[in-house]
Design a protein. Structure first.
Length: 495
């Protein structure tokens, strides 16, 4: 399967060789030696071949470069090194990786040759109760991001991924993710202010995002090398993370909507309101309660820390779904495992909001209540990954029962409707569109032939979606319209 998942590497700047010229802010402690080695090996033009060096000079430069990097990596796992120095070394090596170019690859080759990945994993596993690297979001984020770069930019990507798997890297990062996201007991000080608590929460979700960013690349390159136990533990962690991150981001978005609705209600009815669930107080002027110094941080729509938490939790959810899609082609699940894990329902739920109840005050004593049903998130990345996952499951023949197909009918209908009005002309997007039609045809056939309720298809809205496709113009190509006609014929023949 070719997975179209829009990996973004723009956050990592590059320069020629290990680095071209001095590195601002990096001339401290151990990095000075790395920088000196780089400058002694020539400029970016030299490395690009515009100035030739003798083989002897090249070998000498490489030997010197590797020796220094090896010394610095050894500091990470040394029992004698100061913890602060270890973290400084890790950050400096990561900075070098960010500034190393894909074209030259010398840093990544050197890093692989001296077992850099193995030493990073040893570093994460080291420490005691006081200095536990695996519980430090910053350390884990840096190791995960460095691993990602070694795979994305390095010529030794497959070897790095294999080494990562062989040295229990998958289990180590899954354990860290459980600490940051899945476990209810969070690390922190009892005396922390609300702002400090929120900052730590943001750091945890940032670490989770980086973990899944790296694991996605590991699954892509070395998924076949993982045994069934690693596959199953990865799937379990993915689903649990989806559940948790989906709830977190849904809650944030719901709170923002509630705050806006409450503000509008106050303007309309001039009524003071209080939210008993999270202790947010506000007057009819919209100002914060002057008796609560922390009241401002309780607001979801305006507090920068809460916004940052949601941003990182959303990125983590994106990367979890990408990781799942990279893994899907490699993992082998039995029917019982699919049912026990509720695989399809949980993956589908991650792409949707939760139903919510809205109370609107019409007067001081009269209110009305309405239930807003679940709908697909306004998040193109999650939606794309949801489609990719279910199409892959269909291609791999994981759908077997009417219940399986019933789960994905709403997604197919929504996709066909969206594509009828806003369809990409990209060839991959066209192929995905056709795959969704094929999936819907299989769903209609299975459900109508085996389900006692023949109105499931009629109530799904698929007939309206087909009509929208047939009447559409612009980027909706004739091949998509032909697929719509085929689907209509299947439905009519079975009803």
């Amino acid at each position: 399967m070719t997975t179209d998942l829009n990996q973004n590497e723009s956050e990592f700047p590059v320069c020629g060789g290990w680095c071209e010229g001095p590195i601002d802010g990096m001339r401290r402690q151990n990095l000075v030696r790395l920088e000196e080695v780089n400058l002694s090996t020539g400029t970016a033009d030299d490395l690009a071949g515009e100035t030739s060096s003798s083989p002897k000079q090249t070998r000498k430069a490489k030997k010197q470069r590797v020796s220094v990097l090896e010394d610095e990596l050894s500091n990470l796992t040394s029992e004698d090194a100061d913890e602060a120095a270890k973290r400084s070394t890790l950050e400096n090596i990561f900075e070098l990786a960010k500034m190393s170019s894909t074209a030259d690859n010398s840093f990544f080759k050197d890093f692989y040759e001296i077992n850099g990945i193995q030493q990073l994993l040893t570093f994460l596993k080291s420490g005691d109760d006081k200095n536990n690297n695996l519980k430090d979001p910053t350390c884990v984020s840096t190791v995960a991001s460095l691993t990602y770069l070694c795979i994305m930019r390095g010529a030794t990507a497959k070897q790095v991924a294999d080494a990562f798997v062989e040295n229990d890297g998958v289990q180590i990062l899954l354990e860290a993710n459980a600490i940051f996201v899945l476990n209810d007991n969070k690390e922190g000080n009892e005396g922390d202010s609300i702002e400090q608590q929120l900052q730590k929460e943001e750091n945890r979700y940032k670490a989770s995002s980086d973990i899944w960013h790296a694991l996605g690349m590991i699954f892509c390159k070395a998924g076949k090398e993982m045994d069934n136990e690693k596959h199953i533990s990865s799937i379990d962690s993915i689903l649990s993370s989806m559940d948790k991150l989906g709830d977190i981001t849904n809650t944030y978005n719901q709170k923002v909507k509630e705050e806006k609705e409450e503000e509008q209600n106050r303007k309309n009815s001039n009524i003071s309101s209080v939210d008993n669930n999270d202790g947010r107080y506000s007057s009819h002027s919209g100002s914060n309660n002057s008796n609560d110094d922390n009241s401002s941080v309780m607001f979801y729509s305006s507090n920068p820390l809460r916004i940052a938490i949601n941003t990182n939790a959303t990125k983590a959810l994106h990367n979890v779904y990408r990781a799942l899609n990279y893994l899907t082609d490699h993992v082998k699940l039995t029917r019982n495992e699919i049912d026990d894990k509720q695989l399809f329902a949980r993956c589908h739920a991650a792409s949707r909001t939760k139903p919510r109840t809205v109370v609107t005050w019409e007067t001081m004593t009269k209110s009305s209540t309405k239930i807003i049903p679940s709908f697909y998130r306004d998040d193109a990345t999650i939606y794309l990954n949801t489609k990719t996952f279910f199409v892959t499951c269909f291609r791999n023949s994981l759908f077997e029962t009417s219940k399986d197909y019933e789960e994905i009918i709403p997604l197919c209908v929504e996709t066909i409707k969206r594509n009828s009005s806003d369809a990409s002309s990209n060839s991959r997007a066209q192929n995905r569109r056709h795959d969704v039609f094929d999936l819907m045809m299989a769903a209609c056939t299975t459900v109508l032939e085996n389900d006692s309720d023949s109105t499931i298809i009629e109530k799904s809205g698929i007939l309206s979606a087909i009509e929208m496709t047939l009447l559409a113009d612009g980027t909706v190509q004739s091949s998509s319209k032909e697929k719509a006609r085929e689907l209509l014929k299947v439905i009519v023949s079975l009803m």
